[in-house]
Design a protein around this ligand. Structure first.
Ligand SMILES: [Zn+2]
Length: 225
């Protein structure tokens, strides 16, 4: 096996950030271990990485790191892999008969690039047109947060947010734009500090150029108060 070629292929896949499907690729046995069992197992893995790097795990500053990282992976930054953490779908009737677009912009998101396990930091902007059902505004933040807390590619994250809101709201008329910085690009590799990545998904009525334009105009409004 040509190791250089293999490494080059991995590097190319990683840096092109190719994603295959809207679903996060998971194995059928993904939840056979409990969270506690996963933390125990990952703790040993992190210890092994640190040991291999030559670090002294008896040092006061380092000895708690494997446990801290394991808990953070399972319960926080990758906590959105577990379907039990999916936000509950509470919806309301659109009593005021508001039938224009609703936009929630500048939703802060923290995610993790699945090719390098480095942070993705950005903003999501979401819009929908109600067909009789509405959701609480914070629900949109929670949906963004749930799907962001997985190893991700930005394209898939954008589509997962739209699909989930389409299901909850019972309409195709949902759109999402994400503008984010990838630390795998900004802090290493090409070290392009200034670049950010924009992805979008426009469902239903948002494929109409006027509707899309209206949404994009709203998210460019300077909100300063
Ligand atoms: Zn990356």
């Amino acid at each position: 096996m040509d190791i250089d070629k293999t490494l080059k292929n991995i590097e190319e896949i990683g840096d092109n950030h190719i994603s295959g499907s809207t679903e996060t690729p998971m194995r059928p046995d993904a939840f056979e271990l409990s969270d506690i069992e996963k933390i125990e197992s990952i703790k040993k893995d992190v210890e092994s990485i640190m040991h291999t790097l030559g670090l002294d795990l008896t040092d006061d500053s380092l000895k708690g790191t494997p446990n801290r990282v394991a808990k953070m992976f399972v319960q926080e930054i990758f906590g959105g892999l577990h379907p039990d953490r999916k936000p509950k779908a509470s919806t309301f009737d659109n009593k005021y008969k508001y039938n224009e677009m609703l936009v929630e912009k500048n939703i802060i998101l923290y995610s993790t690039c699945e090719h390098h396990l480095l942070p993705i930091v950005g903003k999501a902007h979401i819009a929908y047109i109600s067909n009789g059902t509405v959701v609480g505004l914070s629900k949109m933040n929670r949906i963004v947060d749930y799907y962001a807390k997985r190893p991700q590619v930005q394209e898939r994250l954008t589509m997962q947010i739209v699909r989930e809101l389409q299901n909850v709201l019972g309409t195709e008329d949902v759109a999402c734009v994400i503008d984010a910085k990838h630390l795998c690009v900004n802090s290493r590799g090409i070290r392009d500090v200034d670049s950010s990545t924009v992805t979008s998904e426009f469902g239903g009525a948002f494929k109409n150029p006027n509707t899309k334009r209206e949404f994009l105009d709203y998210i460019q409004m300077e909100t300063d108060f």
